[in-house]
Design a protein. Structure first.
Ligand code: F6P
Length: 536
């Protein structure tokens, strides 16, 4: 039997095993957890036992995770459908040297980083100013990977924020840029156009809007623009001075790009030193990932738990539940990271997958989610593996009592999911409330929790820049390992193309310059209704 088939059989065999039973084995919590850089990953509240773990590790070995990992770190072109290396790790290992096509890429990485640092120092010290004085606000215009990473990071590192206010515009919906710019003074605002390709329609449309807005108040709007892109020719055509263009190479995937120029808004907000602390945390996770044995390797273990739940247990979604308000944007960030990377339907060689690819990822910070969707997680008919995360310490020492409540809620949820409440326990509760007979039975049944619902918990010391960098790098590598095990290319995103093409083709139908010949009846009717509403 193949390892894959053994794992499928194992999943069937243990499907109804109560999780609590696993804790009859002494020291389960200790042996089903691992630690790196102060991050403790506890996966003991899952249905993985020693035999399953051995099989999962054997699967990772069989699928060549170690070799592929080395190929990634050393600059091999593992993004095979685009013929590109995958080297976001180079952006945070600035001392290293990595060859792509025989040339060391690191001197250019270091030079761009140094230029970002110099620009950040100048802006933060008031040496680079707007045409109305010191820069008070920075507007990052970008979408997807050119938005989600820095937006998440600026919020995550709010306690370290001592630079200009940062705002993020992503949506092509004019409401987004309108509402952000409405509160700002063009003469003291820096606009950053963040786009790897510098062709993304949403970003370029918003950039034009911002330039018009800037021109209403300053004589030289382009002087208050910066660009983050791989496309130097296009940033020049837009009129942005090369001194404020921070370039990077095609081996940085959009959703992996916050460590380099795409992180400029964060660097301006928190300063280069704090930014570099984040890089150092991520680099430490890289070293751990590259060297730790699989059984102690956090990204590998996270991936194996994910593969177990999705591919073998058949749980289609994964909830990410940070008990950390400042990680509010992490679920959205992970949606792109995980679903754009591993939402594929064919293997690297183009063959149809015979199993499911990546799961649906979603989530919200606790405790807010508890008062919204946890009902379904506890009592719904579907099993949803939950990934809890929480810091041992908060940043507000005078609110330590609130932090204690936060942690208590986090731990209580994973306990409740595992423990559940039996019908007998529910009957007891109803009896104590004075109910009896058929009404007691009916009411008790609504109060049963099936329990044995799997979860993991990531406990970290405090959301410092280092810890934040390590958490994001942990998830990046987890996605990588899952992709290797699934045999797919985690670094392309062809699935976003069709909608983009059709949107471009539909614009003339909506403005009436095309009759939309060949379009389906539904799309044409909706377009006609739009035109009618416009008076067209
Ligand atoms: O459409 C998807 C995508 O290509 C993402 O992968 C990327 O992060 C985003 O668009 C933005 O792309 P760009 O940085 O080139 O504007």
């Amino acid at each position: 039997m193949t390892i894959w088939n053994k794992l499928s059989a194992q999943a069937e065999a243990v499907r109804n095993r109560p999780l609590l039973e696993l804790f009859e084995i002494e020291a389960r919590a200790g042996s089903f957890s691992a630690e790196a850089g102060g991050l403790l990953f506890d996966y003991s509240k899952t249905n993985i036992d020693a035999e399953t773990r051995d099989l999962l590790i054997a699967l990772a070995e069989e699928r060549g995770v170690a070799a592929r990992r080395e190929a990634m770190f050393t600059g091999a072109k593992i993004n095979e459908t685009e013929g590109r290396a995958v080297l976001h790790t180079a952006l945070r290992n600035l001392d290293g040297s990595v060859l792509v096509d025989g040339a060391d890429v690191m001197p250019a990485v270091r030079e761009t980083h140094a230029r970002m640092v110099a620009f950040a120092h100048d802006l933060r010290a008031g040496r680079f100013t707007g045409q109305g004085g010191a820069i008070t606000d920075v507007v990052n215009i970008g979408i997807g990977g050119s938005d989600l990473g820095p937006a998440m990071a600026v919020l995550a590192l709010a306690p370290y924020h001592d630079g200009p206010r940062c705002h993020f515009v992503s949506n092509v919906d004019g409401a987004h840029i309108h509402d952000i710019l409405a509160g700002l003074n063009p003469a003291t605002t820096l606009v950053i156009v963040a786009s790897k390709t510098f062709t993304t329609i949403e970003t370029m449309t918003n950039a034009e809007t911002a330039r018009r807005w800037m021109a209403t108040k300053v004589s030289d709007p382009a002087a208050q623009f910066a660009a983050l892109s791989t496309a130097g020719d296009k940033t020049a055509a837009f009129g942005i001075d090369p001194s404020r263009v921070f370039g990077f190479e095609d081996w940085v995937g959009g959703r992996y790009s916050m460590w380099g120029p795409i992180g400029l808004s964060l660097m301006l907000a928190v300063g280069p030193e704090t930014f570099d602390r984040m890089l150092a945390g991520a680099a430490a996770m890289d070293r751990h990932f590259r060297t730790a044995p699989f059984a102690q390797n956090l990204p590998v273990l996270l991936a194996l738990v994910g593969i177990w739940h999705n591919q073998f247990c058949g749980y289609a979604t994964r909830a990410v539940l940070p008990y950390e308000q400042r990680l509010a944007r992490l679920p959205a960030y992970l949606q792109q990271l995980e679903m754009e990377s591993n939402g594929k339907r064919v293997s690297m060689d183009g063959a149809d997958l015979s199993y499911h690819s990546g799961p649906v990822v979603w989530g919200e910070p606790g405790t807010n989610g508890q008062h919204a969707f946890y009902q379904l997680i506890h009592q719904g008919t579907r099993v949803i593996p939950c990934e809890f995360m929480v810091g041992a310490e908060g940043h507000e020492p005078d609110l330590a009592h609130q932090h204690l409540l936060l942690v208590a809620n986090c731990l209580a949820q994973s306990e409740a999911l595992m423990r559940g409440r039996s019908l007998d326990e529910a009957r007891e509760i109803m009896r104590a409330k004075g109910l009896e007979g058929a009404e007691l039975e009916r009411q008790a049944r609504h109060r049963v929790f099936p329990g044995s619902r799997p979860s993991t918990t990531l406990l970290y010391p405090k959301l410092t820049p280092e810890t934040f960098g390590a958490i994001v790098a942990l998830y990046e590598h987890r996605v990588f390992v899952e992709g290797v095990i699934l045999g797919i290319n985690s670094f392309d995103q062809w699935g976003v193309e069709l909608g983009k093409e059709l949107a471009l083709a539909l614009a003339p139908v909506l403005d009436g310059s095309s009759d939309g010949a060949g379009k389906d009846g539904s799309t044409l009717r909706l377009a006609a209704r739009f035109r009618a509403a416009q008076g067209g």
